[in-house]
Design a protein. Structure first.
Length: 443
């Protein structure tokens, strides 16, 4: 922390510029740097940065950002040398970031079969048991990491697409499921037996029992979920619209529970299925790729991304927000399907914003290259915020005086605050006038 040259009285008077605290009234789409080359499948926020993973071969043109990269609000950064294959999901557990996909090794490091651990500075594999197919989803249930995907063998033992990590190796869950498992979600349906793990995918059996595309695992046995779904389930999220927590299920299907007609999304409250508005696509069938409960500053809401383009005749273009009653668009949306959504505050003063990623070229009519930000633009620079931390405090005076002294002795114009091509005492006067104005009135 920089030590101030001013006393406690002036320190107490220093305030955050009011312009930085105003709610966002007119959110807009904007690029995230120069975007990526290649699509993004997964987003998450970890240790104050936004992480992106997928098929991309580069983020912002920065070397070493193939398949995974970190965005700090201003620039893209590599994570070591990264991983050698596709990334599909992220999981936070015990302070670490778990990464899943179709990779087999840490570049420049050891083998890592479909799951690897990033601790904020270095990579490590999750054990040595080899999975023979990709991992599409991760979740923590009963304190253990669970994985779902296309694999049928783990460390030489037969498993069937859903496994748990026991601390040493992967174990099958009650016989698993008979086809690809794409999504995992923990949900308490209120029946009194506590939370259970819900698995979604393209299977027709779980534990050898006919169960269609969505199944409930209570830790011991598999069970049906209200008659199931008639098409693939690719994403799930728990959201409370004010009537209690419910499981929202997305994918590519037209029927839930055997009788209810739906358009690729349905709500399960523990007893019955219900519709979730009406999303429609360019074609009769389309996929919902991601469901995320996020708070952009206006309270939690359910966000969906996928192949839809309308809701009740209103354009929503691949990304929309559900408040429990209606779907609303995020501006003009994106040019093609959204694969994941996250909320991130980049610290530049615009507040929390929605980040969308996928394989699209544009968002809101702007070229963005596979990832874009939707929210309040950062406020214009405040000249009195000399240290660029978004706050007007006495440290700005300290920082300016350091720059002023350096400019005077080094004969540079870095501290020419009044723009007269000279650095002298009038610059100090001009800076202090701007600083006091910012403290009392804001920039």
């Amino acid at each position: 922390m920089q030590r101030s040259i001013l006393g406690p009285t002036l320190l107490a008077a220093a305030v955050v510029s009011p312009a930085l605290a105003q709610p966002c009234q007119n959110p807009t789409w904007s690029p995230v740097g120069s975007g990526t080359i290649g699509s993004i499948d997964a987003l998450t926020v970890y240790q104050g940065s936004l992480y992106a993973g997928g098929l991309m071969t580069s983020a912002g043109g920065v070397p070493g950002t193939s398949r995974i990269a970190r965005w700090d609000g201003e620039a893209w950064h590599p994570l070591g040398q990264g991983l050698n294959g596709l990334i599909r999901d992220f999981l936070h557990h015990e302070g670490n970031l778990y990464v899943a996909g179709n990779f087999t090794s840490i570049i420049g490091g050891p083998d890592a079969s479909r799951v690897a651990i990033w601790d904020g500075s270095s990579w490590s594999p999750l054990g040595s048991a080899t999975l023979d197919g990709q991992v599409l989803a991760l979740a923590v249930f009963n304190g253990q990491i669970h994985a779902a995907g296309t694999f049928t063998n783990a460390g030489g033992a037969a498993v069937s697409r859903v496994v748990r990590w026991n601390g040493t190796t992967w174990e099958s869950l009650g016989g698993g499921v008979d086809s690809s498992a794409y999504a995992l979600c923990v949900y308490d349906d209120g029946a009194g037996d506590g939370p259970a793990l819900y698995v979604g995918g393209f299977f027709s059996h779980a534990g050898g029992v006919p169960i269609s595309r969505i199944a409930k695992w209570d830790g011991l046995t598999w069970s049906d979920v209200g008659g199931g779904i008639n098409g693939g389930v690719t994403c799930m999220a728990v959201f409370d619209d004010g009537s209690g927590p419910a499981l929202y299920v997305g994918g590519n299907f037209t029927m839930a529970g055997g009788t209810l007609e739906v358009n690729s999304i349905a709500r399960w409250d523990g007893n019955s299925w219900s519709r979730v508005g009406l999303l429609t696509g360019e074609f009769s069938t389309f996929s919902i790729n991601t469901l995320d409960v996020l708070d952009d500053g206006a309270g939690p809401a359910l966000y969906a991304g996928g192949g839809f383009i309308n809701s009740e005749g209103q354009p929503v273009n691949h990304i929309a927000k559900w408040d429990g009653q209606t779907w609303t668009p995020l501006g003009a949306g994106t040019s093609s399907e959204v694969d994941d959504i996250a909320v991130f505050d980049d610290g530049r003063g615009g507040g929390p914003a929605i980040y969308a990623a996928g394989g699209f070229i544009s968002a809101g009519g702007l070229v963005v290259n596979n990832i874009a930000r939707y929210g309040c633009p950062p406020p214009p620079p405040c000249p009195a915020d000399w240290d660029n931390d978004g706050h007007i405090t006495s440290t700005d005076i300290s920082a300016y005086l350091v720059a002023w002294l350096a400019s005077v002795t080094g004969q540079t114009l870095d501290a020419d605050f009044n723009g007269d091509a000279q650095v002298n005492s009038s610059d100090i006067s001009a800076f202090l006038t701007a600083w006091l104005s910012a403290v009392t009135e804001g920039c």
